[in-house]
Design a binder for this molecule. Structure first.
Ligand code: ASP
Length: 325
């Protein structure tokens, strides 16, 4: 029988609706002891590590979850790990773990869009599916996975796309890599491997700024100080910014702050296509790192992990830009 470690961290999956219809955290996790769903097929170990809603999760919390999983890999006999998490920042924690854990046992992150006592609650179902995926032999070596609503996504590319719908987690461009059927995980595609960074601390001061029509340099000037370690810009379209922002961006570069460029578009990659003021060609020449295929919040996690691994210069640029191969 396989042994799966379930690490609970909070979120709607651990919450309930009160008499007024408000969704609130519980003292006792309503799904933590649900051995009944596994019909004696899995040995489930439970660790109620945190009880945090997503907006309270920080890179320090992500690092603690990573360290907990490392302990289990090194010291306990566990065949897989399931993490329950709030859905708002689930993709960031999942990707942080993907970048920092060795790819040895399945690690699966799940959550819920409806709390434990709401009609159509999806928490217990997603939890059961996540355990099934973590206990499936084919799940080895696939990187950190996100299981929600019968689909298996990679932590690297999945994103939350709807505020309330249970079909919120999507992988733009590629789709899920597998599905969960009645009793097992079935895979249809897999990712090319990328580099893992075994970090033991996380740096502060890595920012994310979204470009918009008519933007000027104010937001960039506001973070031009010694505490800033890195910046991700969600650029327009294929990777362009309004020209009025350029002097402020140049000041950040002059202060040796690494800047990563992604697109604010839901699909596609940032590229050096346009040769006008503020176009991708100029941004690349200025020294911005074009990151392929990650959204802003994921690129920020990757930059933060790279900086926490003491990468700099060309080494950092190659780590961050290389999301696909
Ligand atoms: N706001 C909640 C959270 O992320 C949403 C959820 O868990 O689905 O903690």
């Amino acid at each position: 029988m396989k042994t799966i470690l379930a690490i609970h961290t909070g979120g709607t999956i651990s919450m309930s609706q009160n008499d007024k219809g408000e969704v609130v955290p519980n003292d006792e996790n309503p799904i933590a002891e649900e051995q009944v769903i596994l019909k004696g097929q899995i040995n489930l170990i439970t660790d109620e590590m945190f009880n945090l809603p997503s907006p309270h999760v920080t890179p320090e919390v992500m690092l603690k979850i990573k360290q907990r999983i490392m302990r289990t890999i090194d010291e306990e006999h566990v065949d897989g790990v399931v993490i329950t998490h709030g859905t708002d920042t689930l993709e960031e924690t999942a990707y942080f773990l993907d970048l920092t854990l060795p790819n040895t046992i399945p690690v699966v992150v799940t959550g819920a869009m409806r709390s434990s006592n709401e009609i159509g609650s999806d928490g217990l179902y997603n939890f059961r599916n996540a355990i099934l995926v973590a206990a499936t032999d084919e799940s080895y070596g696939k990187g950190v996975l996100v299981v929600m609503n019968d689909e298996i996504h990679t932590a690297r590319f999945v994103t939350k796309t709807h505020t309330t719908n249970v079909a919120t987690f999507r992988t733009p461009t590629f789709g899920p890599i597998g599905i969960v059927t009645q009793s097992k995980a079935k895979y249809f595609q897999e990712l090319i491997k990328t580099e893992v960074a075994d970090i033991d601390h996380v740096v502060d001061g890595v920012y994310l700024i979204k470009a918009y029509a008519g933007m000027n340099g104010d937001l960039f000037n506001a973070i031009n100080h010694s505490g800033t370690k890195g910046l991700v810009i969600e650029g327009l379209g294929a990777g362009n910014v309004p020209p009025q922002t350029l002097p402020a961006i140049q000041h950040l570069i002059d202060n040796n702050i690494p800047i990563v460029l992604v697109s604010r578009c839901y699909n596609g990659v940032a590229q050096d296509i346009y040769d006008y003021e503020g176009g991708g060609i100029q941004l690349k020449k200025m020294g911005l790192i074009l990151c392929q295929g990650l959204n802003g919040q994921k690129a920020r996690i990757k930059l933060l992990v790279g900086l926490s691994d003491n990468k700099a210069g060309a080494d950092l640029a190659s780590f961050v830009s290389n999301a696909i191969s």
